[in-house]
Each structure stands twice: as structure tokens, then as C-alpha cells.
Design a protein around this ligand. Sequence first.
Ligand SMILES: Cc1cc2nc3c(=O)[nH]c(=O)nc-3n(C[C@H](O)[C@H](O)[C@H](O)COP(=O)(O)OP(=O)(O)OC[C@H]3O[C@@H](n4cnc5c(N)ncnc54)[C@H](O)[C@@H]3O)c2cc1C
Length: 471
Amino acid sequence: MKSLVWFRSDLRIDDNQALKNACISSSEVHCVYLHSLNQNEAHNEANCKTHFIIENLKSLEEDLGRFNIPLTIIDSNNFLDDPNKILQIVKERNLQQVFWNNQVGFDEIKRDDMLKKVLDENNIKYSNYENGLVYSPGTLRTGDDRPYSVFTPFKRKWIEKFNIDLLDIEFNYTPKNNTGIKSNVNTFDFSFKKTHSVDMSLWPVGEKEAYKRLNDYLDQKVLRYSKDRNDPIIDGTSRLSPYFASGVISPRRCILEALKRNNFELDSNEIGIVKWIDEIVWREFYKNIMFCFPRVSKDKPFQEYTVNIKWRHDESELDAWKNGETGFPIIDAAMKQLKTEGWMHNRLRMVTAMFFTKNMLHDWKIGEAFFMCNLMDGDFSSNNGGWQWSSSTGTDAAPYFRIFNPLTQSKNFDKSGLFIKKYISELEDLDAKEIHSPASNIRSHLGYPEQILDLKESRLRAIEAFNSARN
Ligand SMILES: Cc1cc2nc3c(=O)[nH]c(=O)nc-3n(C[C@H](O)[C@H](O)[C@H](O)COP(=O)(O)OP(=O)(O)OC[C@H]3O[C@@H](n4cnc5c(N)ncnc54)[C@H](O)[C@@H]3O)c2cc1C
């Protein structure tokens, strides 16, 4: 049989069920990636992420080439265009079956349903699989057969049902028959214009690099994860998220390699490893939420009453936040990290998002879109989950009256101000006492802005807005 594998957010060979099953059942395997700048823009995909994907496609082409599997890039206008593009290549090459790995967003599911219809109408077989998740979204259910909307019971069930066969991912690829088709990644015109200022050397491309990052992290740092994960100046987290988001590494691979270093214990032994796996389960949890409650995919809050919140809109505050000029050093340093690295530390994602939605009282959807437009690891479900958590509009969200004070967060998690100094050079000579909230005369002397809002007043304003929305 001759088959087609459609790569989307799964740019890897390892633990790629679509590719593996195509290889098992077919003598000839062709691969395709549909490139659409329009669609990327419609979904707020960051320019740096598109750049990362293009470079990873080059690496994927090489890896597939070792097994005589060509990778063809095709231009597509948008998701509506995709099914016919797939049908066209299937017909042109006389292929008999199409394989792909699922995505959980509403538009993605709708696109795949259209594809299934087109393939059915043309009597072409297809098979689809999960993209490295341990459980298919929607399959873990509560006692009364509902999808989970709170993390802790979800995780409990996740562990209860777990058995090591769920991580049975080892597979030895062997060369397929030659297709006579040449890959085109290096000659394809992606029409990509670089507009970002991210230092791409932070994110070396390819599956081998991702795997190396995973093993280095597990060998050298994971045991200190619980201790180090909240301090943004310590490189205490794995920084694997861009690789997860584009599918260059699989979550099941990460969990398996972590378990190998923990006697295969999921919730005991090394606390750092247990906690790190927990975070990968959070990722799976948010994918479940998006799948089971598609409204969150459509700009709707999980907590329905919060549609009544009267969000403010102040263009100059918005610009100050985006540009890292709020006058709150920890917020500004975090926003600068986002621009220069295409990544922000998790603690600071929570702090900046909460400042945006509570102190500024701006609509979480605007912040969500801005993050997505700038994150190398932009992942719709995790980003949406994180924003809805921070704005108290989501599942399992922070209670609306528990609002992080950015100055306290700064003192607790960047005690000596080293993180702030790394990103705001104007403040590099300040001491640990002054740096979190410099006095007015120091600000004017250093050219650092005044605070754009009063923390106490803005906190009360947010609580009032949530109270009014509830009544
Ligand atoms: C407002 C906000 C927006 C976010 N947007 C994204 C996003 O677009 N893409 C994204 O991957 N993560 C997002 N997160 C989650 C988290 O901040 C990042 O996954 C994490 O910072 C990535 O760094 P790391 O790879 O070093 O993580 P590690 O701490 O090493 O964790 C390992 C992996 O677990 C997953 N993970 C960790 N924390 C979370 C979490 N809170 N929720 C879901 N998955 C998690 C990630 O895949 C991560 O790579 C967001 C969080 C918030 C609060």
C-alpha cells in the first residue's frame, strides 16, 4: 500500500503514531505539511514560532529521508482549503490511505471532519491518532460520567488508570520503498518575513536537540525542580515547551524518560520528577478542557458569569504593558524576556497575566492573543488555560479575590533582583531593597517610568467588577 502522512503539530518521528502506523501498513510512505501564513495569522501564531517550525521542517526532512520518506510542503490558503489540498496530492500520487495525529481546537476538529467527509466521498481510507497524549481527550470521566473540570481529581484519575503499556512507544523505523519523489523543504518559498527579535540560538532545532535537552534536564536539573521552578533567574525548568508546542518532542517520551529515573513511580520517590510530570499532566488537562468544553476555543470564558465583567480599555496602559513600561520592574522585565526569548517563565506568565486582567482590568482575550503572537511555545489550550486561570474566568481558576501583588511576587521570587537587572539595564545598579519599586527621584534620574496604576485601588476595582458580574 502507498500512504500519506499529514504532519501538523507533530514534527517528529519518535512516538508519532500516524507515521508509525503508516510505516507498518505501507510499503511506500509520503509525507506532507500544509503551510499557510493566512491561517497562522488567523490563529495568532507568533512570527518566531513560524520561523522555528520552518527550521524544524528542514530537520524533519532529513530524518525522514533516511527511510526514503519524502516530505512535501504545500501552500494552503487556510483550514477550509486543507481537505482539498490533501485530496489532490492523494489523487496525483495514487495513494490509498491518509494518516494524521489529532489536534483539539474547535477549528482543527471542524477541518478534520471536512477532510474525513471528502475522503469518504472519494473512497479513500484514513486513520487518526492522539498526538503523544497518554489518554485520548474526553476519555477520563468523573464518577457520574462527566468530563473533569478540576485538575486534582483529573490527575488522581490519570494516575489510577495508568499502566506502563500506555507508554509503549519504542519503534524501529526501517527504510520504505523509494517513492521517486524529492522533498522540497529547502526549495519551497515559505514567503516568510522575519519580524521578531528572538535570539533563535536559544532554541536549536530538530528532534535530536529536543531529546538532548530532555536528557540533560533530567540528568542535571529535574531533582531540584520543586525548589527551583519558581525562581525566574535560575534556569530551573526544562524549556521544552517550544518543542512540545510544535510537536518536536512527545509528552509520552518525556514522561517515560522521567519515569525511568524514578523507579517508574508516578507519585512517589523523587519529588522533583513527580512535580515535573505533574506539569505535563497540566498540559494534557488543558487539552481535555478544550476538547470537552469547545466554548473555550471560541473566545468564551469557562465560568459563564464572567462574560458580564465590564473590562476596561486604556490604550496607553495596554501599550505600557506590551512594551514593558508599566513602572513595575518585575512585570517589565518579564515582558522584555518574552520579546527577546519568545518565552516567559511560568511564574511571570501568571504575574503579568494577573496584573493585566485584575490590576489593569483588561479583557483576558486581548492578553491571550498578545502572548500567542509572541510565544515560541504558543499552544492554544495551555495559553487559553493559563490566561483563564489568571483572570479567574477559567476552570480550576484562581479565586477572583486572590490577586497577586506584583511587588510581593517580585520580592519573593526575584529576591535580589537579578532577573530584573538582566532585562532592564537602567536598573542594574540598584540594590535588592530598591529594585522592586524604585523611589520616584531614582526613576526620573534613571529614565525608568512611574507606575501606571495604584495597586491598592486597582485591586479593589477588580474585586468590585467581579462582584458586579456575579450579581
Ligand atoms: C498566562 C499563561 C500563558 C501560558 N501559555 C502557554 C503556552 O502558550 N504554551 C505552553 O506550552 N505553556 C503555556 N503556559 C504554561 C507554562 O507557563 C509553560 O508551559 C512553561 O512556562 C514552559 O516552560 P518549560 O518548558 O520550562 O516548563 P517545565 O516547567 O519544564 O514543564 C514541562 C512541560 O510541562 C508543560 N507545562 C508546564 N507548566 C504548565 C502549565 N501551567 N500549563 C500547561 N502546561 C504546562 C509544558 O509543556 C512544559 O514544557 C502558560 C501559562 C500561563 C500562566
